[in-house]
Design a protein around this ligand. Sequence first.
Ligand code: ADP
Length: 547
Amino acid sequence: MFGAMQDVPLLVNRILDHALVNHPEREIVSRLVEGNIHRETYADAHLRSRKLSQALQALGFGQGDVLATLAWNTHRHFEAWYGITGIGGVYHTLNPRLFAEQLSYIINHAGDKVIFTDLTFVPILEGIEKEIPNVKGFIIMTDAAHMPETTLSNVHCYEDLIDGQSGDFNWVEVDERAPCGMCYTSGTTGNPKGVCYTHRSNVLHTLVGNSSDVIGLRSVDSLLPVVPLFHANAWGLAFGAPAVGAKIVNPGPNMDGESIYQLLTEEKVTFTAAVPTVWLMLMQHLENNKLDLPDLETVVIGGSAVPRVMLEKFERDYGVSVKHAWGMTEMSPLGTIASFKAGMENMTFDEQMDIKVKQGRPPYLMEMKITDDDGNELPRDGKAFGHLMVRGPFVVGEYIKGDGGQILDEDGFFDTGDVATIDPLGFMQITDRSKDVIKSGGEWISSIEIENIAVGHEKVQEAAVIGIAHPKWDERPLLVVIKNEGAEVSKEEILGYLEGKIAKWWMPDDVVFVDEIPHTATGKIQKLTLRQQFEDYKLPTAEAVAE
Ligand code: ADP
């Protein structure tokens, strides 16, 4: 027997339809690659997306075709997602920070038929065009006046394409389980792996993300999504904003402190989201110029752990509430958020920061457990470390083309590759990526925790902890530090600062100062490269054992 409610499919284009009917006047503001600020409304974006759908059909594209974007966050990139899904196509975001070989690998693997590109990235595509023979054309996201000279073949101008259409178009209706979007992980080891979202998974993720204990975006918000559309499905914001009618302020190519500050103040941004490195740049700009953030209410920080010092500055110095989030491309990407439970709002500031520095708790529709190496579930006592496993309707079931084989355990849980604790209140804390854990004397040391404490030192700009082989303990931690510009600080000073803040046996065996720490295409510390750099490094404690 079935119930008798309407079976309306969960399709992302209906989110934009909702915005058209209920929030047509709400603005989408974009800083463009061409340099100017562009303004349009959700009504404009809806019309232009429909025109783009028509143009794509006229070019011969249709249901199931994968059409890629290599672009910054602008209104055109936003429209491209809806224009592509509007013909039943699949948007595929390419990360321009990847190496050229990785990009061509991903483009070929995904079967991309067209690439939408910003002017900025035309040279990258010119460089790899010969390697991507199945791509049938390129759409340059600009107007006729700014079209570049290019060696690319089959080039179209975005504005010309849509100018030629009437907009008299109905979205192609697909099954809610049809492919909707694609995003590849950055593949720090081996080839990148692809995740294919469905309309249904994106819509469910939007509903969960917009609930108040999660991202909690509201209609009254002015949202600055600094997190790029090409980073992990833009954390769901390209669907979340039109679903509530929030104003969108797109940063385009400029993510430095000054440019972000300008948009935050000029567009009265109340809500923003980005990885910690972006906020580091903003804070330096604020401190150097003695500036405030009067309009900003909430900042979502994820992608890497939030250093406690950053969390405290936002909350105490600038009066901005931090939502620390954890997730991954494979999870659409939201997994947890550190929002309070009953009673926590009355805790002391320090107690509250102890909670917010954790990655947080899962919303409904996200299940989570930690397991040992044999797959046995570990206790939720805040102490046991284990492999973090997740299950839910917006978690990956398999990678594109079955890469990596069976990726779920027998209960349908996906191994995130992260190592974490879960406390009795349900708050999860990441201690490491499983491939980065430091095993010392059979126990695990959390590199992330040491890093986050180390960057609290006023003379430390960035810190990374890696395991170095040790004859007695198997591995011991080495702390790699970038000093603040012009600062003088010694190894002893830094170790002294850590004393009492971490367990004695976690204390790094040595501290080295460097000018640069390598980062991945999504702004994370590249531990693998760092370990390779320090492959031959001998810890002073190792020499003592050897003698
Ligand atoms: P990519 O793998 O392409 O860099 P993802 O954003 O999918 O991009 O990376 C997901 C990984 O990022 C997680 O598995 C986790 O290791 C790390 N991560 C994300 N958010 C946090 C966070 N708040 N704290 C610590 N690590 C995080």
